[in-house]
Write a protein that binds this ligand. Structure first.
Ligand SMILES: *[C@@H]1O[C@H](CO)[C@@H](O)[C@H](O)[C@H]1NC(C)=O
Ligand SMILES: [Ca+2]
Length: 327
């Protein structure tokens, strides 16, 4: 198995340089001691650093074997999506295209983190390019539509990487990343760049960069975090961090993109899904997570968790899972 030597711990940190083909750290005698020294009392909650926590069945990794093939496909694609050996192009830099790529299997992990290596580039000058990429964790898959190439009134989570300000009156600076949670009742207003349904967002300068650009989405215990690595510094930067987000298990990961009068190449190089090892209470374990209705409860802000008397590190507002490279 193509191993990647990640381990996780809390705290903001660096992004591991992808080194495909490198063997991960074996279960050698030094590993447990190393982890203990590094992590102290939190060892119970971290992964063991072996590749089993990279979920191959939910990941899109070069070479793109099992993508769109008829026997046991891992990912399916649709629309203008084109596969090369180096990237999956959701749309070319041409007008009125839409394409998507969708994981074949529903995801039943309660706590996960998705790392997306992507590239948005084209010949259009400033503000003459569009529309962007959407990353999805949704009930339905492979349904084309007006929301960055995918269907509206979706059930689940969307992260929009919007490159074009359709709303001329907006004070937001583009490109702009935003998140939306929907139970099917909400419609994405393209003319307002989704302003009315946006939960949180940030400006992110990811277009036409001459180095690699990454985005990470973490969902754990109701907390949704989006981080970017756009400056070629191998470091995650916070974009979105909200709590009170409820998402079911059993939805599908996907990515889609669309162009209109304006266009760009929208490329996905990889999507890597990691399982986070997080404990849940017996109460949480006893419910059927597939039946959860996507929703957001804004009553609980991250700040409410600061003074957790148990000293539970999970609740700290300024910390997050960090990947520690083991090579
Ligand atoms: C769906 O979301 C809307 C708007 O957030 C809310 O008013 C409605 O009650 C929700 N429906 C269900 C079935 O949860
Ligand atoms: Ca837009």
């Amino acid at each position: 198995m193509a191993a990647e030597g990640w381990i996780w711990r809390w705290g903001w940190g660096r992004r591991c340089l992808g080194r495909p083909g490198l063997p991960g750290p074996g279960p050698g005698p030094t590993t447990p001691l190393f982890l203990l020294l590094l992590l102290g009392s939190v060892t119970a909650d971290i992964t063991d650093g072996n590749s089993e926590h990279l979920k191959r069945e939910h990941s899109l990794i070069k070479p793109y074997q099992g993508v769109g093939s008829s026997s046991m496909p891992l990912w399916d694609f649709q629309g203008s999506t084109m596969l090369t050996s180096q990237y999956v192009r959701l749309t070319p830099d041409e007008r009125s295209k839409e394409g998507s790529i969708w994981n074949h299997q529903p995801c039943f992990l309660k706590d996960w983190e998705m790392h997306v290596h992507f590239k948005v580039h084209g010949t259009g000058k400033k503000n003459l390019h569009g529309d962007g990429i959407a990353l999805w964790y949704t009930r339905d898959r492979l349904v084309p539509g007006p929301v960055f190439g995918s269907k509206d009134n979706f059930h689940g989570l969307a992260i929009f990487l919007d490159t074009y300000p359709n709303d001329e009156t907006t004070e937001r600076v583009f490109p702009y990343i935003s998140v939306m949670v929907n139970n099917g009742s909400l419609s994405y207003d393209h003319s307002k760049d989704g302003r009315w349904t946006e939960l949180a967002g940030c400006t992110a300068d990811f277009r036409n960069r001459d180095h690699d650009t990454f985005l990470a989405v973490r969902y754990s215990r109701g907390r949704l975090t989006v981080m970017t690595d756009l400056e070629d510094k191998n470091e995650w930067k916070n974009c979105i961090d909200i709590t009170g987000v409820r998402l079911p298990t059993g939805y599908y990961f996907g990515a889609s993109a669309g162009t209109g009068d304006l266009s760009d190449n929208h490329d996905i190089i990889s999507m890597k899904l990691f399982q986070l090892m997080v404990e849940h209470t017996p109460d949480e374990e006893s419910i059927d997570w597939t039946k959860i209705e996507p929703s957001v409860n804004f009553l609980k802000s991250p700040k409410d968790n600061v003074d957790d008397p148990t000293g539970n590190f999970r609740s700290g507002p300024l910390t997050g899972w960090q990947i520690v490279c083991l090579w």
